[in-house]
Ligand binder design. Structure first.
Ligand SMILES: N[C@@H](CCC(=O)N[C@@H](CS)C(=O)NCC(=O)O)C(=O)O
Length: 205
């Protein structure tokens, strides 16, 4: 059975959400988002940097949320949740799928470092402000792409698991402006999906 090494409010939520969307059976190793769990010898043996998500599939172990998403979609969804390689939507699918870790997450990581992870006396307001502006700018093309669409390429796909989760997190951090009405509606739509709600049950109340 698939086993997901998970902590709430992290990229591991993407994988739990995907497993719920596909109604796949899985086992969950729920860890605290804390060095005690993530940097333990046990978890470092799974991921050299002590990060999440990590997925076990029998003897296979894989990390990187994008790689895990692709792995599950290819292996268990028989090509579903993504357009056929010959479809004109396929390059768009790839683009938005990779825009997530490539363009959205780097400034988001900086924001988390300078609002949560560093002790207050080491946080830098200039760096934080730059990252917030960069994130907002990087969200604008997503807002445009969503004009007249429910999901990034029309139908719900793996790109929404990746980038949609980042849009959700960006909105929670206050980086989706009121003018980005398409992203606001998109986040609402995503977070009303039954599978998203099941994933969210694993967040601390
Ligand atoms: N690019 C990786 C990033 C993995 C990553 O940095 N995960 C974060 C949680 S969102 C983590 O484990 N942080 C713990 C730490 O940095 O100690 C992915 O997409 O899986």
């Amino acid at each position: 059975m698939l086993k997901l090494h998970f902590a709430p409010n992290s990229r591991a939520e993407r994988i739990l959400w995907l497993l719920e969307e596909l109604e796949l059976p899985y086992e969950l190793n729920e860890m605290a988002f804390h060095p005690t769990d993530l940097k333990s010898d046990e978890h470092r043996a799974r991921h050299p940097l002590g990060r999440i998500p990590v997925l076990d599939d029998g003897d296979i172990q894989i990390w990187e949320s994008g790689a895990i998403t692709e792995y599950i979609i290819e292996k268990y969804k028989n090509g579903g949740l993504k357009p056929d390689v010959q479809s004109e939507l396929f390059p768009q699918y790839l683009q938005w799928f990779h825009y997530c870790e490539g363009m959205i997450m780097p400034p988001m990581n900086t924001i988390v470092v300078h609002t949560v992870l560093l002790p207050p006396d080491r946080r830098d307001e200039t760096v934080l402000g730059q990252a917030q502006r960069l994130l907002t700018r990087a969200l604008e093309p997503i807002n445009e792409a969503l004009e007249g669409k429910d999901y990034l390429i029309g139908d719900f796909s793996g790109a929404d698991i990746m980038l949609g989760h980042s849009c959700y997190m960006s909105n929670r951090m206050g980086c989706v402006t009121d003018e980005m009405k398409n992203i606001k509606a998109y986040v609402e739509r995503l977070s009303s999906r039954p599978a998203f709600l099941k994933m969210a049950e694993h967040r601390p109340s």
